[in-house]
Design a protein around this ligand. Sequence first.
Ligand SMILES: [Fe+2]
Length: 195
Amino acid sequence: MKLGQPLCAAALLALAASPALAQKAADTTEGGVASAYESKAAKDQVPLTEDLRKTSNEALQATLYELTELQHRDHQAHWNVTGPLFYELHDLLEHLYEEVFTMIDVVAERERALASPADSRPVAVAENAKLDDFPAGLMRDKQVLEQLSKDYHEVAQRVHGRLEATKDDPASQDTLIDVSRMLDKHLWMLRAFQL
Ligand SMILES: [Fe+2]
């Protein structure tokens, strides 16, 4: 049965006939549907201590907001870049947003492995990525290079700063090291046009 779907007549009859089933149905999950698989033990089967998970999830979630914002910016510039470097940048930015998109999933799934929700809602990204406004409309190639270099540099520095904070959770730290390596590489690719 899908979440939120009303109980069918047969299910209602079964509940009426079985107090145990009715009690189980009363212990509903957030979606409004009891799960026969719900288990107190499963809820406790999470890695690390609560404190470590909290520290790691804060670092991962902040990174998830920023990567989502960078991926949008890469895409926006991919479409709107103009000038003599149009094709080089159009192509390069496709490569960048694909790599960032892959990393977004890795970061979000590490959060879920640590029993935290992953938040990538547009409104939350806009509020929490904390980068300067990105220009609307067409952008000259030089402007794209300057803007994205600034953005990647800002986020790369923030992620470097989170590596120390996650040192007691090496798996999360390793995830952030992968993010850091990718950001440094992207920054190099943007910087190389300007040297
Ligand atoms: Fe495209």
